[in-house]
Design a protein around this ligand. Structure first.
Ligand SMILES: [Zn+2]
Length: 323
């Protein structure tokens, strides 16, 4: 590695065209130093996930003054259409078939609008030696990083990112298959893995708002990944208490509609055992308890239904086993 002061440039990259003739374009930051690897970082595939761009602004302030080896390519708002509409998905008016930006990687130059946008980002990803995709989850979800179990390089990136919890990819796919049959095959992380680029997905906390803690955690996480990749000269900070989790516990599903309350003494991240009472569904009008909810396996309460209003058959909570 050869470390040199980072030189920073930005370009506007045209991804497509609106019906009015305006360009759909994204801002791409490049930080270049001495000889070394290339790391690609993106955020805001989903338009309400604001802590990714907020994290990358914090990262920027540190990177412009750093000595680095290699190149860091950063796209803070990779899906500007959803972002400008303050919407998780891209509005149907633009692409009714592929509303979720994170299900269509690596895109299709002859496909729908969104598939074409993604296809025009993809060359930046393919050329990278590692990739980080920043997302944010619901407030009631553990901050974590996801990676593909069969990829030791991705696992090292996930560990380096440094959140207290890392989650093994719940949807490993056959590397020999083209992935068409797999609904998750179009996730960024999976497409990158198929192209030989180790990739992680960071799920920071708190979508729809900028949380200082989440943004700082994202900036620190990417900084540690750059250390792990030797783009920065010092080793990543270790997270000795990091838990490795597996998304393999059956879903906790509501058998009745109502308002779900977690047991008073439980918090997100608490460990529970199979069959333990973890809460109840109440009728919000009559106050009657309709259903007692039990843990579906041993593990950690990973997330709880958004707003906790639940409809019969809907997921109430996710439990991840501790590996
Ligand atoms: Zn997301």
């Amino acid at each position: 590695m050869e470390y040199a002061p980072a030189s920073h440039t930005t370009v506007s990259r045209r991804l497509g065209r609106f019906p009015s003739g305006r360009d759909v374009s994204v801002t791409v930051h490049r930080y270049e130093g001495g000889v070394g690897p290339t790391v690609f970082v993106q955020a805001a595939q989903h338009g309400i996930e604001l802590n990714g761009p907020a994290a990358l602004r914090r990262l920027h302030r540190r990177l412009v003054d750093a000595d680095i080896a290699g190149t860091v390519v950063v796209v803070p708002v990779v899906n500007p259409i959803a972002f400008d509409h303050r919407s998780y998905l891209t509005p149907e008016a633009y692409d009714a078939f592929n509303a979720n930006f994170n299900r269509i990687w690596p895109g299709d130059a002859d496909g729908s609008l969104q598939e074409r946008l993604v296809a025009n980002v993809w060359p930046l990803v393919e050329r990278a030696d590692a990739a980080v995709d920043l997302h944010t989850g619901m407030p009631e979800m553990l901050e974590h990083v996801r990676f593909r179990e069969s990829d030791p390089e991705a696992r090292a990136l996930a560990a380096a990112f440094g959140t207290a919890d890392v989650l093994v990819n719940e949807d490993p796919i056959d590397p020999e298959s083209d992935g068409d049959a797999d609904e998750f095959a179009g996730k960024f992380r999976e497409a990158a893995a198929r192209a030989g680029v180790p990739a992680i997905t960071a799920e920071l906390s708190n979508s729809r708002t900028v949380s200082r803690e989440a943004a700082q955690s994202g900036a620190d996480g990417v900084w540690n990944v750059l250390r792990e990749c030797d783009v920065l000269g010092d080793p990543p900070e270790s997270t000795p208490e990091q838990r490795l989790l597996r998304d393999d516990v059956p879903r906790v599903v509501a058998q009745t509609s109502g308002l779900f309350e977690l047991r008073d003494d439980l918090v997100i991240g608490a460990e529970v055992t199979d069959g333990e009472d973890i809460g109840a569904v109440y009728d919000p009008s009559s106050f009657e308890q309709l259903e007692t909810i039990e843990a579906t396996g041993d593990g950690v309460i990973f997330s709880v239904a958004r707003g906790r209003v639940v409809v019969t058959g809907e997921r109430l909570a996710s439990i991840a086993s501790v590996a």
